[in-house]
Design a protein around this ligand. Structure first.
Ligand code: HEM
Length: 48
């Protein structure tokens, strides 16, 4: 259950995977927010 088996990932791996997914999503949202606020070089140079 908690540890990985040959057939499926356990709770620990699933927790780490979804924590990673949350952090990456948060990071992308923050990135988009900074672009739309005009605080990021991507928005200032590439978007125009
Ligand atoms: C925004 C980030 C991510 C999202 C939204 C995401 C989402 C998902 C989803 C929906 C699945 C299918 C789950 C299932 O079938 O039960 C999956 C599987 C998987 N993900 Fe991610 N993931 C993310 C990041 C990552 C990263 C960074 C890695 C590796 C470094 C990773 C490795 C895997 C692997 C190996 C599987 C297959 C699991 C299996 O075979 O049961 N994922 N992911």
């Amino acid at each position: 259950m908690n540890i990985d088996s040959k057939n499926r990932y356990g709770r620990v791996s699933k927790f780490l995977h979804w924590s990673m997914a949350l952090l990456i999503t948060w990071q992308l949202l923050k990135f988009a927010d900074r672009i739309s606020d005009g605080e990021h070089w991507v928005g200032q140079t590439l978007v125009p």
